[in-house]
Every structure is written in C-alpha cells, then in structure tokens.
Design a protein around this ligand. Sequence first.
Ligand code: NAD
Length: 456
Amino acid sequence: MLNNPFQNALDQLQKAASYLEKDSFSKLEILKNPEKVIEVTFPITMDDGSVRIFEGYRVQFNSARGPYKGGIRFHPQVSMDEVKALAFWMMMKCAVVNLPLGGGKGGVTVDPKQLSEKELERLSRGYMKAIARDVGPLVDVPAPDVNTNPQIMAWMVDEYRKFKNQNSKIKIDKKNEGPEVLAMITGKPVNKGGSEGRTEATGMGGMFTLQAVLKKLSLSSSAHFSAASKVADSATGSSKIGANAPRQLIVAVQGFGNVGFFVAKLLSEKGFKVVAVSDSKGGVYVKQGIDVEKTLECKKKNGHLEGCYCKEGACDLAFGKRITNQELLELPVDILIPSALENQITKENAPKIQAKIILEMANGPTTPEADEILHKRGIIVIPDILANAGGVTVSYFEWYQNRNNQRWSKDKVNQKLKEVMNESVDSVWAESQKHRIPLRTAAFILATKRILSKIK
Ligand code: NAD
C-alpha cells in the first residue's frame, strides 16, 4: 500500500531509535506492535428497513503509562493500518504531553454523509455495543475524531450504560450516571458530563504550541533554525521578514472541520492573517484575509466552502478565489496548517511548499520522504504528536473531572492547557537543540524514553 500510515509511523520511530541508549533497543520492539487489535462487524438497520453490515476497529496500542486513550473516526478510508497508525501516534502524543495515558484509536469504515441522522445514531450505538466489553474508564477511553462529535459521544456513553446494566446487578440510572459510566468516553456535550473547552481544545492547543515555538525562534540563532528565525519574532502574529517592517504572519489551513476551523479562528483573533481554508471539496483563497466565522456560515448555507468570500458581515460566492487542496498547500504563506487527513504533504509537493513553518494539526499529514525534503529546505515542522495534543490534554481533564466529580471553568481548562503545551514545547525544543535534530525526532525521543521507562 502506497504511503501506509502505520509504516510511516514506524519509520518515524526508527529515526529516533539511534538517539536512544543501546540497552533500550530490545524494548523498542514492544512499541512497534499493538497490544490488542479488535475488529468487529455489526449490523445496522437502515431507514428503508434493509440491514447493512459495517466494519469497525479498535486498536489498543500500549498501556504502559495508563488506560488506552484515542478518538473514533467515521470515514470511508478507515482501515486497520490507519487505525494502528493513529493508535501508535496517540501513545506517543500522550507521552509527549506527559499524560498518564496510553494510546488507542478506533474507527468505522463508512461515509457518514450518506447516512440519515437516525442511521448515524444506530451506527454509533452499534459500534459501541460491539466494542463495549473492551472499553471502560480504567481500560480504554475513546473520544471524537474525524466525522464524530459530542452528540455521537453522548449516544455512545448511553449505549455503554445499557451494556453495563445488562451485565451487572446494580442498575445505573441515566440521570445518575457516575464516574464508572461518564469517564468511559470524552468529548461529551457539556450538559452530559463533557468538559468546558473540549470542543475547541485541539485548535487552542495548536495555537499555544505555535505561539511557544515562535517565541523560541526569536531567541534562537542556531543555523538549523536560521530560515525560521527570519520568520518570527513574536508570538502575536507580527513578524519581520527580511529588512521590512513587522507584518502579520500569513496562514493557510487545510481542513475546515473541528480542528481546522478553531485553529483558523483562534489564530486570526490573535492577529495572524488567515488567507486560505479548504475542505474535502476544495477551498478559498483571499489575499486580504478571511473572516473565519463568516466563512463557516457561508459553507453551512451553500453546502461548500469553495468561493466563499466574506467581508463586513456579507458573503459572496462570486469573489472568493476557488483553489484546490493541492494549491492551498503550495500557497505563498508563512505558516501552513494541515488539519484534515494523513499523507497530504508528500515527496511530490514538498519541494513546492512555500511556508516556513508547518503546524501539523492533522495526524500524519507529512510522509517520511516529505519530512526529509522539508528538513533539507529549512522548513520547520511542528509535529502532530505535539501540535495537536491539546485535544487529548483536555480529554484527560474531562476524564479527571468525571472521575473526581468536579467541574472546571473554561478559564481554568484553558490555563491548564496552556501550561501543558508550553511545558511540552520546552521539553521537545530542548531535545531538538541538544542533538540538532528536527522537532519530530526530538518529540519521538522524549516520548519513547518516557514510555520505555514504564516498561519493566
Ligand atoms: P472533522 O471531521 O471535524 O473535519 C475534517 C475536515 O477535513 C473536514 O473539513 C473535511 O471536509 C476535511 N477533509 C477531509 N478530506 C479532506 C481532503 N482530502 N482535503 C482537504 N480537506 C479534507 O475532523 P477533525 O476532528 O477536525 O480532525 C481533523 C484532523 O485532526 C484529523 O487528522 C484528526 O485525526 C486530527 N485530530 C483531531 C482531534 C480532535 O480533537 N478532533 C485531535 C487531534 C487530532
């Protein structure tokens, strides 16, 4: 399979291996294999009365640091190799941000856009019923990912409660769900045990990460980062490029779902100029900058993003420049933010990328070959296992609140998230400076050491 994401993940691990102590090599084999893979088929009754069989997966990669943790994806491309890769990256990500969690991931091979609301609910419940005996608050804690959301988490937690009730003498009332049910999944609606700040957490974490890296770059004068030191001198979106006066940093975002929308919105609120966004159908490029929230409204109204040009509260499809996803990746911007799927930046387009910094909000958007090319070109890649770890961090906060019957304010959640992201950037940055290596390899070294130290 071309660009098999799991093979890519193992290649990334291999790069970090040469920086590890020799006596950890044998233990490293443990991290190349998931502890448990679950493959299920389950029936769903469609609205027309027919029955369709769906395939689902849950991969429990490693639990050395704590319960497995990772989202559930509904997408036609979901396969065992993809879910294994995503579970592996979750294991690494939780260790990079130092959470007491392991790595897992799940998915169903389905195009949810072809389902009615009722069919989507039956699919969500059917999948949870199929994996219920393998998950739980201290075992494996799922969350949202591509095409899944708080409502889907609510259906799943309800299905899990039914499973518990069928298998225990003490019945749990829907209105009195305690930690043993609520803490089995994160990303729930706030009125159903979800945490404040979880919906925007991945984008928010990405923003904190980018700000922290920009701050580092202005302090660093090392040769390895020389290209980027031209880019940024502050964490507020203003920069000096060449000898010119400070100007806004220019950003393009691929993917306009939960992660892409929030990272674009939050960065534009901080003074960055977002000039392009895209979704699976294509995108829009507005050199003067995009009104991110209005553009989302335009997409919802018209059913697509292409062409949406919004200014002073009004949107017009005639004015926005339509661009393909490929064109978006190659735009003349300072910061490129892939926020969709794997394998978007490849050896074919890496030589054409004009951004100086890539903030990987999607999981696995850059292939290993592309990584090499970007590195040689002096482009800084802020790796997925650091950049998008805000989501799992606030998921951890949600799990913690559920287990301890607490409710934190949004300010508290965001403040704690900022602390975690800043500390993680500090640690990854230090490792990168120590060995003069890219941030991805540095993050892998840090995570691998932390995981291996828990394996006796
Ligand atoms: P989502 O379903 O909310 O949005 C996905 C977006 O990507 C949609 O706008 C979709 O149209 C677009 N898309 C799909 N295929 C595309 C393509 N070929 N080209 C361009 N755009 C395309 O999903 P999400 O939760 O925003 O997740 C996006 C990425 O972020 C995924 O890689 C996911 O694993 C990762 N991630 C998500 C979270 C989270 O908390 N949701 C956390 C960490 C990482």
